[in-house]
Design a protein. Sequence first.
Length: 217
Amino acid sequence: MSKTLTVRRLQVDLETPWPRHWTGDAFGSAWFNALSFSFPAGEQLFIDAVKQGLARLDDAGRERFADEVQGFIGQEATHRRVHQRFNLQLERQGYVNHWEGRIRRRILTQLARRDARAWLGVTAATEHFTAILADHLLTHPQALANAEPRLRELWLWHASEESEHRCTAFDLYRALGGNEAWRRRLYVVVTLHFALDLTRQTLHNLWRDGHWWRPAT
């Protein structure tokens, strides 16, 4: 069943610099920073995927999903803008975003000429990971207990909206006749890329930070 998604405007100061280890430790900060580096390009992919999916539906399908897709796009576009601002501060601290370039290259080389269902399958798989993270953050407050308050608010806001729209791409994929075999294949591919890219960017952040080889890390 289609649902209405609320687009919330986060009012948080991202212009004032924050400590490099804003979660309270080097590894946690490097890991969350790595995730944020993937969001602007990733959120745009998700927006494009649901737009393509909605356009492929018949009139009844478009009517069913129109409001939900509009809300999804609004939420993801807001996430993209907020994390662009977040990432700008990270770049000022000397971190380098290597993950975003890989996402853009994969869109051009692997997805650009694919069926809309492939875009939605990739989106649904990635949104599954973000929903798992969102659920963890919302049910385990200790995960960000020592974080800089502004940034804790940002990540919990993001987590709450990811939980709300976690099924949108999946439902569109099914509505377009996407089959389970291909969805699972795409999930395996996304899992491998996601895990490798997150690890590489986290390690690079730690290297930039001078904390890669420290025992505490």
